[in-house]
Design a protein around this ligand. Structure first.
Ligand SMILES: Nc1ncnc2c1ncn2[C@@H]1O[C@H](COP(=O)(O)OP(=O)(O)OP(=O)(O)O)[C@@H](O)[C@H]1O
Ligand SMILES: [Mg+2]
Length: 357
């Protein structure tokens, strides 16, 4: 019987130190044997955002025992591992360097292949950890640093259809939360507060809703919210603003997703219409509900990772490692950390004032 590959994944691109061991069953479906994530929320809370130097120190302090725990929990021996996959970008360079160097050292000491993984490709493949998914598919990445529609033709073959021209969607959630006086990271709290509020109380802007194809923009929302927060006095008004913000985001994504479906079909002519949604914001249940409805309307199959794999984790990094291992796509030990590493390297930079849509 052929031995199934055992992949160690390591993630340290931002404020989560994570390690995971995955393998696959006899049908070739991935199995997560261990998945350890240590969040640094408490380290950064008092600063209202991630402080790179503190994040890097925290990764350095934890990386040994996180990897050790992932190996122990998986029930395999370290020498049985077939390859090591580490996030090499995008992210904070001081943070990336920790997991990347650690992964290279483990691979070298075991004399096993090393695989440098794009963190965003980890998000793109994360639903494969719990559902069958074939290429090609349409991918909506909604995370702390990115908001993009991409067509995924194959492993490492991405074409960007739309992107945010300013803030990422997770950033919009976190900034709104901050303006409402909620501690960092406030995104998940907005979802909770919104349950108690009236989503139609405030009329907020939907920037570039009628232009720019499926490109997105969220910065104008933040300015509008800043103005309103100066006037609100009661908790109920806070709940109403959280609910109105979330409703506005949902309306923007509803319209832009329909445009992305058309663009995807023009470009790919897929046999199966699969729509993958991943990244931290994909954990939001109201956003999920709306995206499932759009899929029903347009005959798409909605595919999400499990809630616990929406945010940063190393199982998704190991998942990319597993696919690359099977194709023997290995990297050299001098592979650099890449703070900027778009999935579609050919797409033009679309950020800042003066962007023409
Ligand atoms: N339930 C939720 N509703 C809305 N936003 C959420 C929810 N849960 C998490 N988020 C947001 O998800 C973001 C974190 O996602 P993720 O960890 O994928 O981002 P990142 O790794 O920092 O960025 P990237 O993957 O783009 O490099 C944060 O902005 C957080 O507020
Ligand atoms: Mg992420």
């Amino acid at each position: 019987m052929n031995k199934k590959p055992l992949i160690l994944g390591i993630e340290s691109s931002c404020d989560e130190t994570a390690a995971s061991i995955i393998t696959e069953n006899s049908q070739g479906n991935p199995i997560v044997l261990s998945n350890i994530v240590s969040s640094q929320v408490d380290v950064h809370k008092k600063f209202g955002g991630v402080v790179p130097e503190l994040a890097a120190r925290s990764h350095l302090e934890k990386i040994d025992w996180i990897v050790q725990k992932a190996i122990e929990d998986s029930g395999v021996k370290i020498e049985e591992i077939d390859a090591v996959a580490s996030t090499a970008g995008p992210g904070l360079i001081v943070c990336l360097s920790v997991g990347l160097s650690f992964g290279k050292a483990v691979a070298l000491s075991l004399n096993k292949p090393f695989i440098a993984v794009n963190h965003l490709e980890g998000h793109a493949l994360s639903p494969k950890l719990n559902s069958e998914l074939n290429y090609p598919y349409l991918f909506l990445l909604i995370s702390g640093g990115h908001s993009q529609y991409l067509s995924v033709k194959n492993l490492s073959e991405y074409k960007r259809l739309g992107t945010t021209i300013d803030d990422a969607i997770g950033e919009a959630f976190d900034k709104t939360a901050k303006l409402l006086g909620i501690e960092f990271p406030g995104g998940p709290q907005i979802e909770i507060l919104a349950k108690k509020g009236d989503p139609n109380k405030y009329n907020l802007p939907k920037p570039i809703i009628n232009k720019g194809g499926c490109n997105l923009s969220f910065a104008g929302l933040k300015t509008a919210i800043l103005k309103i927060t100066k006037k609100i006095k009661t908790d109920q008004e806070k709940f109403d603003l959280a609910a109105s913000f979330q409703r506005t985001i949902i309306e923007i994504l509803y319209k832009k997703t329909k445009i992305a479906f058309v663009d995807f079909e023009k470009q790919i002519k897929p046999k199966e219409k699969n729509f993958v949604v991943a990244g931290g914001v994909a954990a939001n249940k109201e956003i999920r509900k709306m995206l499932i409805n759009v899929c029903k309307e347009e005959n798409y199959q909605p595919i999400f990772p499990p809630i616990e794999l929406c945010g940063d984790n190393a199982a998704m990094i190991a998942m990319v490692g597993l696919e690359k291992f099977k194709l023997k796509q290995f990297d050299k030990l001098d592979h650099p950390a890449k703070p900027r590493w778009p999935l579609d390297e050919g797409a033009i930079f679309l950020k800042g004032a003066g962007v023409k849509l």
